[in-house]
Design a protein around this ligand. Structure first.
Ligand code: AMP
Ligand code: TRP
Length: 327
């Protein structure tokens, strides 16, 4: 089975990214032939700093390895190192509906937030479709927020297959059951995010233990004492239960039972310990890996080579089916 996912190198990565992203990616690699792509080309669709992009590409690569992705078993690479991705994005734009692109909620949200809206922000889902389809992907582990983009990729594959002949496998998504939407600790109605959330309510993977503890202990809950998972009535408490479940692997019911009637103080303190225990080793491994940029560069180069080989036959078929002469 072919597995593919992409992760943007920009923005400090947080507990939500781990929970809805990295954790899942690392888990799926046992199920087949996995490709994890650092989607640096996607990062230029909003305002960004070129120097920061360079270093955050290495940051993310080190973080993926620290979170358990094994570069021997899986192919980890940077999107811009494999030119097939840019080519596919242009070619597939011929079978992408302009109207459908305009209906993407991520585009609508992000374009409302800024003065300059790049064309790339609009065509972003075509690049993503190419990422997935070039590898004849069966399974795409992604966050809930990417559902609509995956649906578009499936439509692109089907339209291409109909118009030019069977070429692409139509991929399925896999969404995490627990921890797919970790909320901001200060504003539990909003998703945890480095761009849309509050700094105090966002636990960064890079945060030192005392910062993690402080953020979790000052999480907004409610005036009750009841540790119960109920997103509607108790968003803050539910979020902490979910975070604890991600960190320890326990079920919601077990967590609820353990803190039944004990109040929020001890509960929050234990959630803090659990998250520190989860993130501490990842942060340490990250620090070690990130210190050797030469080694990261070499690993990325070998990932790119494997990815180029895997993508080339499909790209060639696309050119041929679409009627291009070949050099
Ligand atoms: P972003 O960096 O916001 O583009 O998110 C990258 C990926 O991280 C998403 O596709 C999700 O898989 C995951 N993710 C981001 N924020 C959260 C969150 N608050 N809860 C769970 N998963 C998240
Ligand atoms: N758009 C995805 C995100 O922001 C990242 C991404 C790019 C991706 N290409 C992909 C995810 C291919 C899965 C498959 O999270």
């Amino acid at each position: 089975m072919r597995i593919f996912s992409g992760i943007q190198p920009t923005g400090a990565k947080h507990l939500g990214n781990y929970s809805g992203g990295f954790r899942q990616y690392a888990a799926t690699q046992a199920e087949g032939d996995a490709f994890f792509c650092i989607v640096d080309l996607h990062s230029i669709t909003v305002d960004y700093d070129p120097e920061a992009l360079r270093s955050s590409t290495y940051d993310l690569f080190a973080l993926l390895l620290a979170a358990g992705i094994d570069p021997e078993r899986s192919t980890v690479f940077a999107q811009s190192h494999v030119t097939a991705h840019s080519e596919a994005a242009w070619l597939l734009s011929a079978v992408t509906s302009y109207g459908q692109l305009g209906r993407m909620t991520q585009f609508k949200d992000k374009s409302e937030q800024r003065e300059f809206v790049s064309a790339g922000l609009f065509t972003y889902p075509i690049l993503m479709a190419g990422d997935i389809l070039l590898y004849q992907t069966d399974l795409v582990p992604i966050g809930d927020d990417q559902r609509q983009h995956l649906e578009l990729a499936r439509d692109v594959a089907e339209r291409f297959n109909q118009r030019f002949g069977e070429t692409f496998r139509v991929p399925e998504g896999r969404f995490p059951e627990i921890g797919a939407r970790i909320m901001d600790l200060q504003e539990p109605e909003r998703k945890m995010s480095t761009t849309g959330g509050t700094p105090q309510g966002t636990v960064l993977i890079a945060d030192p233990p005392q910062t993690v503890r402080k953020k979790i202990k000052s999480a907004v809950t409610d005036s009750g004492r009841d540790v119960r998972h109920d997103r509607q009535e108790k968003p803050g408490v539910s979020n902490l239960i979910e975070i604890m479940s991600v960190a320890t692997g326990e079920s919601f019911a077990d967590i609820e039972a353990r803190y039944d009637g004990a109040g929020y103080g001890p509960f929050k303190s234990d959630v803090a310990d659990a998250v520190v225990a989860l993130l501490d080793p990842i942060r340490e491994r990250y620090r070690e890996l990130r210190a050797d940029e030469q080694a990261l560069r070499r690993l990325l180069a070998s990932g790119a080579e494997k990815a180029r080989e895997a993508a080339a036959p499909t790209l060639e078929t696309v050119y041929e089916r679409m009627g291009f002469t070949r050099p």
